[in-house]
Each structure stands twice: as C-alpha cells, then as structure tokens.
Design a protein around this ligand. Sequence first.
Ligand code: EPU
Length: 303
Amino acid sequence: MRISDSNLLAAIAALGVEHKPDVSLAQKTSLEIGGTSDVLVIHKHESLPGLIKLLKEKKVPHRFLGGGSNVLLPDGELPWVVLQLARQDPDVRFEGNNVFVDCAADLGRTVTTCAKHDLGGMEGLIGVPGSIGGALRMNAGAYGTQIGTYVREVKIYRAATGQIETLRGTEINFEYRHTSFALDDIMLTVRLELPSKSYSEILQGIRICNEKRRASQPLNQKSAGCIFKNPPGGSAGRMIDELGLKGHSVGDARVSDRHANFFINAGHATASDMLALIADVRSRVREKYGIELEEEVIVWKEQ
Ligand code: EPU
C-alpha cells in the first residue's frame, strides 16, 4: 500500500519514523516471494504507540514484518503498509547469565555472540534463520531446544493496550511453535537467562547441529523452513515423502528433494504458486492419512 497523504507523511516523519516508498518485499523474505508496499522503519521503540495510533486514526491498514524467514507474503501491491524495526546498536548486552537482546537481532548471530561469553543452551537454534522477535513469537525450536525455555522477560508493544509493556516469562505460554502473544503484538527486547558453558563445549554442540541440519535440510535454497507443523506424534515431512511428493511442483514452487516439509522457490515462484502447492499437498495428506496439516509458515492474508 502506498501512503500519499502529505499530512500523514509529515506526522510520520515527526515521530522519527522513516518512510520507504514502494519497497520490493520479496527481497525481505527468505522465500523471495512477495509484492510491494511502503515500509515504515521504526528506529526508536518509543515511537511505536504514537505511530500505530496515527495509522489507526487515519485508517491505514498495517502489518509488522520481522526477519522475513517464516512468512509467505502475497503478490502484487500489498493491502497493508509494512512496519519494521531498525536493528539497535549494540543489539546484545550481558549481565552475568542474563542477556538482553534486541528483537530485530539475528537469531544465529545472537547464539554465537552468547557462546563467546560462555553462555550456551541455544546451540540447537544455530541454523534457524530469522530474528530474535520471530523466534520468540513462534517459540522457534530445533534439536530439543526451544527459545521459550530461556525467556525471563519480554518488552512488547501490546496492541490491546496500545502501550509498551514488560511481560515476565512466566506470564507467557510457550508451546510447540505457538505462544500466547497476540498476532498484532510487537516484540521489542527480551531478557534471556542462559546456562554457563565453556565456549569449546558450545561450539561442539553447534557443530553437531549444523551437520545434522546440512544433512537433512535444503539450506542453500530459498525457503521458509518447514511449511507445516508436525501433527501430534507424527511427521509432516515423512508423510509428504511417503506420498512420493519430493520434487512435486506448481510453477516454480517445489517440494524440496532433500526434506519434504520444505517447499522451495526454485526460480520465480509467486505466492499463488506456493499457496496452490500448499493446498495440493495438504489435500493429498488428508486423503491418504486423514490428517489436516496446519501451516507453520505465517501466511499474510486479508481477514
Ligand atoms: N523424514 C522423511 N523424509 C523427509 C523429511 C523427514 O522421511 O523428507 C523423516 C526423517 O527421516 C525423520 C522424521 O521424518 O525420521 C523427522 O524429520 P526431521 O528430523 O528432519 O525433523 P522434522 O520433524 O521434519 C523438525 C522441525 C524443524 C527442525 C527439525 C530438527 C517442525 C515442523 N520441524 O523437523 O524445524 O529443524 O525438527 O529439530 O517442527 C521449522 O520450524 O521451520 C523447522 C524446519
């Protein structure tokens, strides 16, 4: 969506928020799929309540985009203005076993920065792409680790109150790829409490997880990680594989040959291609196994 109202643009600038017109959003997502929209870059967390109030008053639909590694955006001009947080500098701060991390920080880089301070626990998350905020919202997990375990406090913009608030870790439910945050809450900073471990021990754990991941996931291809959540007690990847669907495609959207729950953009896939592939695979799984797979990737659609 384009903002053309000059009064609104002036009010946005007065809040210290940067306006970037007509941005190609495909470049902001790991799938490299998505149309265009104006982007509002928030440099100071404190400007968020005023900005969102303003957008609501002016009836400008908006959505928040994090690291872009677990989303499928629509094609064409998006019906929303896109909000993004600028990364703070520094984005990680240490106090003993407590780590204060800016939610725009890269997850993998945070894991290695913590390792250099002899703080571990998050080794399993090393190859998970995306931001700390996205990892929190989804309770990102891999190889037995999930980020929620280490969360002690989160500062968020809370949509329900229009204010910035701090939640204690115990007030948040962290479940399998799901949390109790509202969809329009925006994660700002998090305090993690990590166990002390030697750098070499953490590096060893990181190396093992990296090897496992390289052996089973298409890391050098454009994807949003796993497309479907695993059903209770089952494996979406194994079911799709058993159906012989590796390599199955709609346009340039393709089921990975390496891991059947990764759908890749093999060239110039559109959101429609990807959605058609998701629908097709879901219906084949339903037919064969009687299981309705739920998306793990966040699909931006109009309510
Ligand atoms: N399998 C197949 N064929 C495939 C893929 C998997 O037979 O094409 C089998 C494997 O051999 C294994 C089982 O299915 O026996 C499970 O596979 P895997 O160990 O790869 O784990 P997964 O359940 O498919 C989950 C997470 C991944 C995470 C890995 C490692 C979900 C939806 N996926 O995958 O997370 O990296 O475990 O912990 O929970 C993501 O969230 O985007 C993601 C990729």
